[in-house]
Design a protein around this ligand. Sequence first.
Ligand SMILES: Cc1cc2nc3c(=O)[nH]c(=O)nc-3n(C[C@H](O)[C@H](O)[C@H](O)COP(=O)(O)O)c2cc1C
Length: 361
Amino acid sequence: MSEEFKHLVRRHFEEVLNQGHLDVIDEIYSENYTLDAPVQTDGASVAQGQTKGRDGLKKRVTLFRTGFPDIHFTIDNLVAEADKVTVQYRFQGTHQGKFLGLPPTRNHIDVGGILIARIVDNKIETAWSVFDSGDMMKQLGVVPPKKVHRLLHIDSSPRGWESYSRMISKEFVTAWKSVYPNGIVTYVDLTKVVLPPMTAVTARLLHQGSVDESTLTPAEIQTVSAVNALVDQFLVADFYVFGVPMYFSHVPAVLKEYMDFLPYFGKTVVMNPQGVEGLVTGKKAMVITARGFDYSPGSPIEAFDLQVPWMRNALAFIGITDATFINMNGLDSGEGAINKATTHARTTIYESIESWAFSPA
Ligand SMILES: Cc1cc2nc3c(=O)[nH]c(=O)nc-3n(C[C@H](O)[C@H](O)[C@H](O)COP(=O)(O)O)c2cc1C
């Protein structure tokens, strides 16, 4: 019996696949035939696909024979046991016709695979086929597009080169560039940009997700597009670094003003039955704070630190839960404290950037 089964499977490779005799499919396949294989018959994708029935198989064979008219399968090993035949095979061919939407490349491919066929009533009833479709696509020159990483660098200290938060956020950008040399950095200096005004129209836009522009003046339309540009610029980034001085226990007003535009219903947050859900997910943030006093855990003024909890909550509100904080404490307390704070900041930058490199956004 096993010789007969082997013969059926050999006919599939020789007569159907190599010679293209589709009528042989009616002879050797069951009407209820199913095949699980990596390339879908409809050519829609290279994802795992299922081929059903004799017609489905005819389409699949035609798909391959159209793409590779000289396709040739070689059987390297063929083993039969009980109702199953296992084949280790290779196929070679030249990409001369359209295949999975890809115009002919003339590339020659050589791909290996394994097929297990189950025989019922002397017909192939089920088959499982696995071949290295990723390797095949590589040989065809189809390489998945490389992701471009984007870092949005936001500074908010007005103190230029004297600013500690600016100094460290800049060093962070250099470290990030060493991990993502082709990454794109966009810089926003909040002490220089002119932010859109928070007006009745802007408030409505953020709350409702849109406004009817036919009711707006040209100046209002300009404001709406400035808010959209600000939020879109924020959204396109995968990584964020914020340089944040502490002013009166909090973030500087200009940063608060900027961040007030970020909870934008429909773009960065949505309302669901559980409450507000942040949409800015899968991203990483680094927040570098600079403060005159020491607010470290256990310090008598720890509770006066409204800067870190607010930044953490604000980012989490829109979905950025992966936020690392580098808090430079005691910057108004002499050289020793400054050295301690900057050394801590630099060490944390390198530790974080290393871990980011292994778990990219
Ligand atoms: C207007 C203003 C308010 C400040 N408020 C605080 C404060 O509440 N707590 C604190 O520890 N330091 C405070 N400082 C000190 C700054 O946080 C500190 O100088 C820090 O280094 C500023 O950041 P930068 O070096 O990046 O400019 C304040 C400084 C200014 C100018």
